[in-house]
Design a protein around this ligand. Structure first.
Ligand SMILES: NC(=O)c1ccc[n+]([C@@H]2O[C@H](COP(=O)([O-])OP(=O)(O)OC[C@H]3O[C@@H](n4cnc5c(N)ncnc54)[C@H](O)[C@@H]3O)[C@@H](O)[C@H]2O)c1
Ligand SMILES: [Zn+2]
Ligand SMILES: [Zn+2]
Length: 381
């Protein structure tokens, strides 16, 4: 747990006719990786390569790859989808039935297995990650997307995961023109959810966090309002600013390591440390309390197992819709790349610290502790 190093591994090779080998140009850290480092998401093994968000250049293709050629600049969806199974045909790409060779592990934990994800534990397939010079991309026609000329690497990189995840939260959370949307978490995912809500026509979008640098980005780049939870009464202020009703859509972009100086947080943290529960649902609870009657809560933050003190009563009696998902990026990535090309969606500000891959352990340290205003540490192999 928590041990990171840059080491020499074998170069990947084409194993299947649908594979491509991609030379990684940039790869970023993600809040999800912190859950791996903390040991909250289990089934990592010594020697596993981390990283699931990346942009690169195709250097080799299998004989069945039709849409890509050597030299294409591509961004690759973090979740792997075959494009042919029932789930992929129904656009539930992260639930692909064919991309997780270790389905037995999650079936034991969760009843059924989601699809695979690069560099994200053996429960999600044991695929080698993108914090490397080269990566094998299975189902390359399905998962790799050519980046339009004129969109920089630093911008397109976030079409891999943060941008489609945020878009999914706003889309499947049911944001409609005129809505008020509250987003918990001003990391890459929360910022992208807020921008998506604005582009989908929300009248007001309010992002909640405690890091002032991140909230500054939200105001200046994303164009949303902010609330610092350390100096605001979040529930009361959300009620007041919405005429007593509460936000129509609440999006949680925090996950299992939520923080809060409050008794419920201390309770969650103690139970999590004692392994009596797996996750800290602090922000999910607040989102459920904040949502207006009949509204919806979409949880983008990653959760792994079981919690208690979960507010079923408010969910039921306020008539709320609660949804979750790992990102179905294949639905959104082409549209997001077009918006990036039209300058409707800027993401490069998230890459606050770009460094050589050799410096990755230090980059992870900054990202984890959120020091020096780090929003995402990005590595150049
Ligand atoms: N669903 C998906 O497919 C998907 C994809 C990518 C990331 N994620 C998850 O999304 C979450 C966010 O990812 P990220 O990269 O933005 O992470 P991040 O660590 O950069 O950001 C999380 C932010 O949440 C804030 N926060 C903590 N407790 C809070 C609270 N009680 N209220 C409000 N804000 C709080 C932190 O200060 C931080 O700024 C993670 O759980 C990650 O695993 C999910
Ligand atoms: Zn991610
Ligand atoms: Zn599939």
């Amino acid at each position: 747990m928590n041990e990171l190093a840059v080491e020499q591994v074998e170069d990947p090779t084409i194993l299947n006719a649908h594979d491509a080998i991609v030379r990684v140009r940039l790869t970023t850290t993600c809040g999800s990786d912190l859950h791996l480092l903390g040991g909250y998401v289990p089934t990592m093994r010594a020697g596993d390569v981390l990283g699931h968000e990346f942009i690169g250049e195709i250097v080799e293709t299998g004989s069945e790859v039709k849409n890509h050629r050597v030299g294409d600049r591509v961004v690759v969806c973090s979740f792997i989808s075959c494009g042919k199974c029932w789930y992929c045909k129904n656009e539930l790409y992260s639930l692909c039935d064919n991309s997780n060779p270790n389905a037995g592990i999650p079936e034991m934990l969760w009843g059924q297995a989601p699809g695979g994800c690069y560099g994200y534990s053996h429960a999600l397939g044991g695929w080698a990650g993108s914090h490397a010079e080269y990566i094998r991309v299975p189902y390359a026609d399905q998962g790799a997307f050519t980046v339009p000329d004129g969109v920089s690497d630093e911008r397109a990189l976030f079409a891999s995961d943060a941008a489609p995840t945020g878009w999914m939260g706003a889309d499947l959370g049911g944001v409609r023109p005129g809505d008020t949307v509250a987003v918990w978490g001003a990391g890459g995912v929360g910022q992208m959810a807020a921008r998506a809500a604005i582009l989908l026509g929300a009248e007001r979008v309010i992002v909640i966090d405690r890091f002032q640098e991140r909230l500054g980005q939200v105001e200046q780049v994303i164009g949303a309002e902010t609330m610092n939870y350390e100096t605001s009464e979040v529930l009361a202020e959300l009620r007041e600013t919405t005429g007593g009703r509460g936000p129509d859509v609440c999006i949680e972009a925090v996950g299992m390591e939520a923080h809060r100086d409050r008794p419920d947080f201390a309770y969650d943290q103690l139970k999590q440390q004692l392994r009596l529960q797996t996750d800290r649902p602090t922000a999910v609870r607040e989102a459920i309390f904040a949502a207006r009657k009949g509204g919806s809560v979409f949880v983008l933050g990653v959760f792994g197992g079981f919690v208690d003190k979960f507010p079923l009563g408010p969910l039921m009696n306020k008539g709320l819709t609660l949804r979750f998902a790992q990102q179905h990026g294949h639905r959104y990535i082409p549209m997001l790349l077009e918006r990036m090309a039209r300058d409707e969606l800027a993401t490069e500000h998230l890459a606050t610290h770009v460094m050589p891959l050799d410096e990755a352990p230090a980059g992870y340290g900054m990202f984890k502790e959120k020091t020096d205003g780090c929003v995402r540490a990005v590595f150049r192999p």
